[in-house]
Design a protein around this ligand. Structure first.
Ligand code: ZN
Length: 378
């Protein structure tokens, strides 16, 4: 892909509604990401454009969600809420009802879908919607801060057009909604790296959940022990995910870039830095296929915005180059802690942590090599 066309998908319309102030999901992360990349000059020029989303059409939403669920969600958004809605997860503490919730969810989903559309038409090779990545939503279920599963829908839309889709999910939580949507299909391979379901929501995504029927071997779960740090994260990525992605040879990549695996996230227990994300993106770019990236979790707002800005700079070219030449400083990032650019400092690992993490990593690698590799001739 000689010169890539990249679109950043955002509009201030996305800021009209937000989760209740006490809720950890902060929609300002997309705005902050945009501010950083805009100040770096990465919103225009050399193939880069900013695109405003349009709300997803109901007919598209119904490819994954039931009419009953969409109806309940829209009603709840207008203040009409009942026990039937609650039974679908709408109005819980994780998925609260707030004014304009339906409009927000539909617009955020539309943002991901416009990325899929532009990739299909060839107008974009790289698309990033930092307001997307709602991987926990089920066909008739709101869960884990997610109401409408934009990423499952994007995979569906792309697969419908005959594309072989690779869905890669680095959010610290298992990408359950997407994994189960394609559990019996081989035209969408889902790979999720996440903290072990034994210690974290949603409690699924063990290494032996590998899909069924046609889809056996096309659902890849990579659970990680508490305390997993860059070197171990990249070891499992390189040992398991890389050979599988290479063998699968997708036409298009959907990349859920939750930033809650980063060290310091208040809701999870991994110690990854954004340097690993940059390395993963560089690998994805080396596959030379279109990439539709979305946001996701990430509950340390500043770290998340910085990680997504770094991701965008790497997607657009050379992250290091932009970082160093422009000398992005702590003041611009509204933080005094990070003055050396977008990249996280190296996380120092002590021997005790090393000893704690390694066995879990080795078990995960072994299980997947035994159960999934042979299906792909590896
Ligand atoms: Zn998450």
């Amino acid at each position: 892909m000689a010169s890539r066309k990249a679109i950043f998908i955002y509009s201030t319309e996305l800021e009209k509604h937000s989760y209740p102030p006490e809720h950890p999901f902060n929609t300002v992360r997309a705005k902050k990401t945009r501010q950083i990349i805009n100040s770096m000059g990465l919103l225009s020029g050399s193939g880069i454009t900013e695109v405003a989303p349009v709300p997803a059409e109901r007919i598209v939403l119904k490819k994954f969600h039931s009419a009953r669920y969409l109806h309940a969600l829209r009603n709840a958004s207008k203040g009409r809420w009942d026990v039937e809605a609650l039974n679908m997860g709408i109005g819980t503490s994780d998925c609260p009802i707030f004014n304009g919730l339906y409009e927000y969810a539909v617009l955020a989903t539309g943002a991901t879908l416009i990325g899929a559309k532009q990739i299909l038409s060839g107008s974009a090779d790289i698309a990033f919607n930092p307001s997307g990545g709602f991987h926990h939503a089920g066909p008739e279920r709101a869960a884990g801060f997610c109401y409408i599963n934009d990423v499952a829908l994007a995979c569906m839309v792309l697969a419908e057009q005959g594309k072989r889709v690779l869905y890669l999910d680095v959010d610290v939580h298992h990408g359950d909604g997407v994994a189960y949507a394609f559990y019996d299909r081989s035209d969408v391979m889902t790979i999720s790296l996440h903290e072990s379901p034994a210690s974290l929501f949603p409690g699924t995504g063990f290494a032996d959940e590998i899909g069924e029927g046609e889809g056996k071997g096309y659902c890849v779960n990579i659970p990680l022990p508490i305390g997993t740090y860059d070197k171990m994260y990249m070891k499992v990525f390189n040992d398991v995910a890389v050979p599988l992605m290479t063998a699968y040879n997708a036409d298009v990549i959907v990349f859920e870039l939750g930033a809650d695996a980063l060290v310091g996230d208040p809701l999870a227990h991994l110690c990854v830095t954004n340097n690993s994300y940059a390395e993963i993106i560089n690998f994805l770019l080396s596959l030379n296929k279109p990439i539709l990236a979305t946001g996701g979790g990430g509950y340390n707002v500043d770290n998340t915005a910085r990680a997504w800005a770094l991701a965008w700079s790497v997607l657009c070219g050379d992250g290091d180059e932009y970082d160093m030449n422009l000398g992005v400083g702590g003041v611009m990032l509204e933080s005094t802690d990070w003055q050396g650019g977008l990249r996280d400092r190296e996380f120092v690992v002590r021997s005790q942590q090393r000893e704690m993490v390694l066995p879990g990593i080795e078990t995960t690698i072994e299980t997947l090599k035994k159960n999934v590799f042979p299906i792909h001739g590896l």
